[in-house]
Design a protein around this ligand. Structure first.
Ligand code: C2E
Ligand code: MG
Ligand code: MG
Ligand code: MG
Length: 285
């Protein structure tokens, strides 16, 4: 009986695996076609400064305008894109859109001081990265790159240091993304000389309910401070979180409280109407 059940399970398992393999193959083909057809673009999520309540900048987040499924989030395709070696082309598409979008904002007198673009950490050891950056026009000081902490930051690597140095020399800031989760490599705060550190929302959100979490974030802020690194709190969803994070010394907020990621033209309206000012005003009463 048990053997029979086992066999049945393994048939089901194999069938599932086979479907998964077919789906991955199809997804891979669709990603490559999507790159050819220019289906990858970016949404923009605003970042607000803690002290002066101004627009600090935006984060560009990739979206896929899929011919059948509509607009897809990175969770649906980033892993596969990395596996098939297509991530560099996706990142380039985002850079291109961000550069064009910033130009459009400028032409319309919309002041967006900074655009942060996500890059896979593996690109830090990729010699073609610098050439890819040079293909897109950004005024100096506007662009920054977010890298997720990874194992590779841990190992002293002359090539990574060299590419990071070249990036900084081009006037592009380096930021550490999702700090405090994944492969926490605190040494990256020294080796990459980041301008900013983004505290992951898993650490940010519990600050209202858990005093230990609060102290943890407070300590991260202190480490950042002592190294001259600005702190961005990500995943901010409530005004209570803002109040505590402000007290802890965070410099910049990003999250659904202010806005979800949105198309470039909507961001323009957001930047001009400044709806976040109302949030801070209500906070005072
Ligand atoms: P990330 O860089 O940490 O981006 C923040 C993610 O958190 C975004 O999801 C954003 O929509 C979401 N988020 C922002 N505020 C809140 C909030 O208040 N609450 C909650 N629950 N979520 C919030 P998204 O756009 O799905 O991006 C997911 C991840 O995909 C990004 O995480 C980033 O690691 C990666 N990614 C996005 N765009 C690119 C890209 O162009 N290239 C590469 N290589 N990776 C990208
Ligand atoms: Mg990011
Ligand atoms: Mg992040
Ligand atoms: Mg994240």
């Amino acid at each position: 009986e048990a053997k029979k059940a086992g066999r049945a399970r393994s048939i089901i398992f194999n069938a599932t695996l086979k479907t998964a393999a077919i789906n991955t193959k199809r997804l891979a083909d669709e990603i490559l076609a999507g790159l050819e057809n220019d289906e990858f673009f970016a949404f923009y999520q605003p970042q607000i400064t803690a002290r002066s309540h101004q627009l600090a900048g935006v984060e560009a987040l990739v979206r896929w305008n899929h011919p059948e499924h509509g607009i897809l989030s990175p969770a649906a395709f980033i892993t596969t894109a990395e596996t098939i070696g297509a991530i560099a082309r996706i990142d380039s598409a985002v850079l291109k859109h961000a550069s064009r979008q910033h130009q459009i904002w400028r032409e319309n007198n919309v002041n967006v001081p900074r655009i942060a673009v996500n890059l896979s950490a593996q690109r830090l050891s990729d010699e073609t990265l610098i050439k890819a950056i040079q293909e897109h026009k950004f005024e100096p000081g506007v662009l920054s790159f977010e890298f997720v902490e990874s194992i590779s930051f841990d190992e002293p690597d002359a090539k990574i240091d060299e590419i990071a140095e070249q990036i900084r020399a081009m006037g592009i800031d380096i930021e550490i993304d999702d700090f405090g989760t994944g492969y926490a490599s605190i040494t990256s705060l020294l080796s990459l000389s980041p301008k900013r550190l983004k505290v992951d929302r898993q650490l940010v959100q519990p600050v209202t309910t858990d005093p230990r979490q609060r102290r943890l974030v407070g300590s991260i802020v202190e480490i950042g401070r002592s190294l001259g690194i600005e702190i961005i709190a990500e995943g901010v969803e409530t005004i209570e979180q803002v109040e505590i994070l402000e007290r802890l010394g965070c410099d910049i907020f990003q999250g659904y409280l202010f806005s979800k990621p949105m198309p470039g033209d909507q961001l323009a309206q957001f930047a001009q109407e400044k709806p976040w000012l109302r949030l801070f005003q209500d906070q005072l009463h």
